[in-house]
Design a protein around this ligand. Structure first.
Ligand SMILES: Cc1ncc(COP(=O)(O)O)c(C=O)c1O
Length: 382
């Protein structure tokens, strides 16, 4: 029987392929650039840290166990992971992606992706007909975030997997917002899962990292070759920090989600708040699909204020919650997507998506829900 997710966060799913000789309970940081050769043409299995390092391998195997992947590569950031993934494609290839994506991925597609001859169509992937309409003979992949950043739109991953199979496309899912504790896209038919490990996975707002988890050995080998060749892999100490964070992923996700439910329910009732976007609210248009493909809605909430003044007042007056980029950690953070995460998205597209001056994004942390609500209440007061 496969172990429960809580256990896999700490121990993986089975014996790790490298057994540490001293049986140290906290896996050691192998802070070495290189490894001595056992003999001529003989290797210990580790030669050079860019290619392979025991601490990184331990983390990668833990992530594979959590995502149900054949192989995982740990990168130096979420963007390094996304960039490595785009190296799978050739000039002339076309990708269909969610129109509401982390702004850094849109910037990557519009700059380096374009220079490398990739084209992308950004569509509302919660609408299968929109995906079908964007298909071209040269389409090679669907790239999805669900719930999306920052509008929390939900895409049906099983339906996308069926469509991807029908048209021989890769289905790539950025699972950062829910983490492997709440959603496992590979079990729903995805080929590749991406994470910014800087968020829920490490969980303490102290490390930058990224992951590419592959559903097949063939894809895993291709990603590993790209990682070894381009070199943006995660350093041993950062691997250890992420391993430490991962051990508490289950309990953090449970509590953060509980807090988020309370905060979302409270926000909905406030006169200064015009709309709340949270996939855990039954009135959210993607509620049913999210329920059917995940184990929860996580702790990311976006909301629209009644005026620009109210939005600015909240950002300036919050005291417990930090006005900062990023998400998923122990500390609650509030973000202004228009200027912080999505400034490189063209203005007309931002307006079409609803990323305007009145939209705020809240990452609900591990403080007591009543304290988070009290902070928002005092910030809302005129
Ligand atoms: C959904 C999502 N994917 C990818 C990234 C990029 O990750 P990183 O900041 O670790 O490079 C982010 C960053 O905010 C994100 O929110």
């Amino acid at each position: 029987m496969s172990r429960h997710l809580e256990t896999r966060c700490i121990h993986g799913d089975q014996a790790f392929s490298y057994q540490e000789a001293t049986r140290a309970v906290s896996f050691p940081i192998y802070q070495t650039a290189t490894f001595g050769h056992v003999g001529l043409g003989k290797s210990s299995g580790f030669d050079y840290t860019r290619e392979k390092n025991p601490t990184r391998q331990h983390l990668e195997e833990t992530m594979s166990a959590l995502e149900g992947a054949c192989d995982t590569v740990a990168f130096s950031s979420g963007m390094a992971a996304v960039s490595a993934c785009f190296e799978l494609f050739q000039p002339g290839d076309h990708i269909i992606c969610s129109e509401d994506l982390y702004g850094g991925v849109i910037r990557l597609l519009r700059t380096i992706g374009q220079k490398n001859g990739l084209t992308a169509s950004c569509v509302d992937t919660s609408d299968l007909n929109a995906i079908r309409a964007a298909l071209r003979p040269e389409t090679r992949a669907l790239y999805i975030e669900t719930p999306s950043n920052p509008m929390m739109n939900v895409t049906d991953l099983r339906a996308c997997a069926a469509l991807a199979k029908e048209h021989s496309l890769l289905l790539i899912v950025d699972n950062t917002f829910l983490s492997p504790y709440l959603q496992n896209p590979i079990s729903l038919g995805a080929d590749i899962v991406i994470h910014s490990g800087s968020k829920f996975i490490s969980g303490h707002n102290d490390t930058i990292s990224g992951f590419v988890c592959s559903a097949t050995h063939e894809l895993g080998d291709r990603i590993r070759l790209i990682a070894k060749t381009t070199g943006g892999v995660l350093a041993p100490f950062d691997c250890w920090l992420v391993l430490r964070g991962l051990k508490t992923l289950a309990v953090r996700m449970e509590r953060q989600q509980e807090n988020a439910m309370q905060v979302a329910a409270w926000l909905k009732e406030q006169p200064g708040i015009a709309q709340v976007f949270y996939a855990g609210l039954p009135e959210h248009p993607g509620y049913g699909v999210n329920q059917a493909q995940s184990r929860g809605a996580g702790s990311m909430i976006s909301f629209r204020t009644d005026s620009v003044e109210t939005a600015h007042r909240i950002l300036e007056k919050v005291r417990l919650i930090t006005f900062a980029e990023s998400l998923g950690g122990t500390e609650s953070l509030i973000t202004y997507p228009m200027t912080q995460t999505h400034p490189d998205v063209p203005k007309d597209m931002r307006e079409h998506l609803g990323i305007t001056e009145t939209l705020l994004r809240l990452s609900v942390g591990l403080e007591h829900a009543e304290d988070i609500i009290a902070d928002l209440a005092q910030a809302l007061e005129a």
